[in-house]
Write a protein that binds this ligand. Structure first.
Ligand code: SAH
Ligand code: SF4
Ligand code: F3S
Length: 509
């Protein structure tokens, strides 16, 4: 039996006294727990490309008369995985529902990036336990990045034995099999492949909306920043073939989508794993530039692999938007070094200058971690000074959260939580100060907005985003939803703009 077959046959019932007694033996023999140690050894294991995903006849009636509900906790990639799982459910005949109450299957698509993301999931499991008691036929599954963690799987097996299925990020395409096992056995089905990951094409998807769409261009991450769990939960870097991506983008354009976001944990490493062609993100963007889709974004960029070719292509403009999310993490070269980001403050500033020179209208946003182990006051102040120097449009800011199995989690840390909280507050004050200043510059200006729908708080008002991802609320006709329109900005708030439509432009390119 190879590893795959062994994993496929896995069923564990922690409630079963016998298996509980022999638990460790059983665990070792039948079920290979996801292992952070194994993940760290990037193997020579071949990445397999599967082009032929299909739902076999035996599963086709499975969802008849049943409803599914998926709750998503993570990043865009996680959300896009939810779209794929929804596509598989629909292909199996299930119907979607908007709440847990009338769902027959509930999946929690989890995120492991910080401790509070994990706590939310365990909290939700607590709530769902009661529902499961009321309706024992309900199937409850945990998937996503937390499922790739050994400690999480163990905790669910031992403390949340009412969960019916746990499956990992490499097992999404196996959902029909996993569901079938779960229906047949009513024992906990655990299928988590601790491997490098494959690339699977032709997966069904139910996209959330008709205006904007996500397109995966690569999976995994090989950067191993010392604080980060993603390389362990998502496997090694592997790129989709350009022709598959281009075909998907063409389809989206033909279906009338107005904006796509190319997704990857580190999109600048796109193509580095191809052995037969020399082809990078710049080349891909150059092809997509020619496709008749009005807006193209990409995320997330890693400063290290951001090359000249990409800058040159982005400078062409057109549908390639001038907003770049470029996580810096810290303004201190010493901290960056311990984070293993593999660039210095100077290198980052140089890169930003190059980008601004080639694309003068470019707006930059970033991610920052404060309170990394032993971060000194001076090092933190370097982050503040870098922020001031670059004048980012905005930033996602986080307090460092130790992740089990990562090198940083083993570091001694002399920074008290109270100090970390204060640093976050000080940074957030600066982020706000600069955001206010930059937003003010829009007053009186005309911006192009992709209209997404009614504003959250007021159905009389429409809302959409500019090319630089600024939220704009404005008065205009409902018929402009899904279109690009010109809006005159009357007032700038901290995180959004107010305005009035002046022209229903269809200006593409
Ligand atoms: N691949 C992207 C980011 C992925 S995670 C990149 O490298 O830029 C999104 C953000 O979460 C990171 O940029 C980082 O700022 C934050 N993050 C990741 N691990 C973290 C941790 N252990 N504690 C706090 N923040 C973390
Ligand atoms: Fe995590 Fe670093 Fe990879 Fe981003 S590049 S996902 S921060 S390891
Ligand atoms: Fe979270 Fe996994 Fe994304 S850890 S941030 S859902 S890749």
């Amino acid at each position: 039996m190879n590893e795959k077959q062994r994993l496929e046959s896995t069923q564990i019932n922690p409630a079963d006294k016998k298996s509980e007694k022999d638990f460790s033996k059983y665990f070792q023999a039948v079920y290979m727990p996801p292992s952070l140690k194994d993940a760290k050894k990037r193997g020579k294991e071949e990445v397999t490309y599967h082009k032929d995903f299909g739902i076999s006849e035996e599963f086709k009636e499975m969802g008849k008369g049943r409803k599914f509900y998926i709750r998503t906790y993570g990043c865009q990639m996680n959300e896009h995985d939810t779209e794929v799982m929804a596509g598989i459910f629909m292909a199996l005949g299930y119907e979607p529902t908007n709440g847990v109450e009338d769902a027959d299957v509930i999946l929690l698509n989890t995120c492991a990036i910080r401790e509070n993301a994990e706590n939310k999931v365990f909290g939700e499991l607590g709530h769902l336990k009661a529902l499961k008691k009321e309706r024992p036929d309900l199937l409850l599954g945990v998937c996503g990045c937390m499922s790739q963690e050994e400690s999480v799987v163990n905790r669910i097996l031992q403390k949340h034995s009412f969960v019916d299925m746990i499956f990992g990020t490499h097992n999404i395409h196996r959902l029909p099999h996993i569901l079938k096992e779960a229906y047949l056995s009513k024992e906990m089905v655990v299928e988590v492949w601790s491997k490098e990951g494959d690339v699977i094409e032709n997966l069904p998807r139910v996209r959330n909306g008709k205006i904007k769409a996500w397109v995966n261009i690569m999976y995994g991450c090989d950067k191993f920043c010392t604080y980060c769990i993603v390389p362990y939960t998502r496997g090694k870097e592997r790129s989709r073939r350009p022709e598959e991506i281009i075909q998907e983008v063409r389809h989206l354009a033909a279906e009338g989508y107005k904006e796509i976001t190319l997704l990857g944990q580190n999109v600048n490493a796109y193509g580095k794993d191809f052995e037969d062609i020399s082809y990078g993100l710049g080349d891909l963007m150059d092809e997509i530039y020619k496709i008749d889709i009005p807006r193209v974004r990409f995320m997330t960029s890693h400063p290290r692999d951001f090359d000249e070719r990409l800058i040159e292509v982005l400078a062409k403009g057109g549908n390639l938007l001038d907003h770049i999310h470029l996580p810096v993490q810290s303004g201190s070269s010493e901290i960056l070094k311990i984070m293993a980001r593999k660039y210095s403050r100077e290198h980052y500033v140089e890169l930003v200058n190059k980008i601004k020179e080639a694309i003068p209208t470019a707006s930059l946003t970033t991610d920052i971690i404060v309170g990394f182990p032993n971060e000194t006051e001076e090092q933190f102040e370097e982050t503040l000074s870098l922020y001031r120097e670059i004048e980012f449009d905005s930033a996602y800011t986080f307090i460092y959260s130790p992740r089990e199995g990562t090198p940083a989690a083993k570091m001694q840390d002399n920074v008290p939580l109270e100090v970390k909280k204060q640093r976050l507050q000080r940074l957030n004050d600066l982020v706000k100060e600069i955001a206010v200043k930059k937003m003010k510059e829009y007053e009186g200006q005309i911006v192009e907005v992709l209209v997404e729908g009614e504003s959250k708080n007021n159905p009389e008002i429409l809302a959409g985003y500019t090319s630089k991802s600024k939220l704009v609320n404005f008065k205009g006709p409902k018929s402009s939803v899904g279109k690009l329109v010109k809006v005159k900005v009357s007032k700038a708030n901290t995180w959004s703009l107010n305005g009035e439509i002046i022209e229903e432009a269809v200006g593409v390119k």
